[in-house]
Design a protein around this ligand. Sequence first.
Ligand SMILES: [Zn+2]
Length: 284
Amino acid sequence: MTTPLPIPEDAEARRAVAPVICYPNETLPKPDLGLYQRARAGASKVAEVIVPARDAACFEVAAGQFFRITSIEGPQVGDLNLWNRADITERFFSGKTRALHGTHVTTGERLWSNLPYLRPMATVTEDTLGWYGIDAYGGAVHDVIGTRCDPYTGNLLQGGHYHHCCHSNLTRALADHLDLPLSEAERHVHDVLNVFMCTGFTRDTGQYFMKASPVRPGDYLECFAEIDLLGALSACPGGDCSAEHSSDTAACHPMLVEVFAPAPGALEGWESPPRNGYDRSHGR
Ligand SMILES: [Zn+2]
């Protein structure tokens, strides 16, 4: 057996070393927000979907269109999954999105796809909760640190079988939309963008926390689809996530998803991003 090293004499000095950003993102390709805004100004609505409370619904957005998620009726958090509409093995990668942009996303930041694709699936173009910033607890809105509420964790912690966690809602919605068995659809459900959810990590224990979302009916998050997308949004059983999820206790509300198509020619000069340029030879 080896003896553990003693705590170093310069422990405080080691703790005091300044952090460096893991992924400086100045070299990320920048979205042309001006072009997107001009295209959006002349866009017209082509579809809308109401997501019922404690349930999920799918929607499709063509590359070059916009989708808007709006709080209606009451404060409500939504769990968002995104897939490449033509190949659902390409899907939203919350972990790398977090590594590139931070724990929460807002206007100008992008939602990236998993490996081996790693390209922007969507760009956030408008966020009416952008005013919130980072509060005194370290909380912020539109979280990419959480996963999605699910019945397995609920079973682990409390026992029981609750069927309206976001994981199950997204599974049913995807199964219905693509006519897949539940067990097949479930494998494609992934960690989410928690739209409107206000979260952070406690400073003393490093635990994931949530608090009442500041969202009010009329608030929305809008994104530009960089590739053809299939989306699914679950109106979380946690409602505004001020108290608990994974039960029917919280007040829950429906949510609205709308899709807008720009006028022909409005995106002159824009191209849907290709798959990541790495040669995929992995050293062989
Ligand atoms: Zn949820």
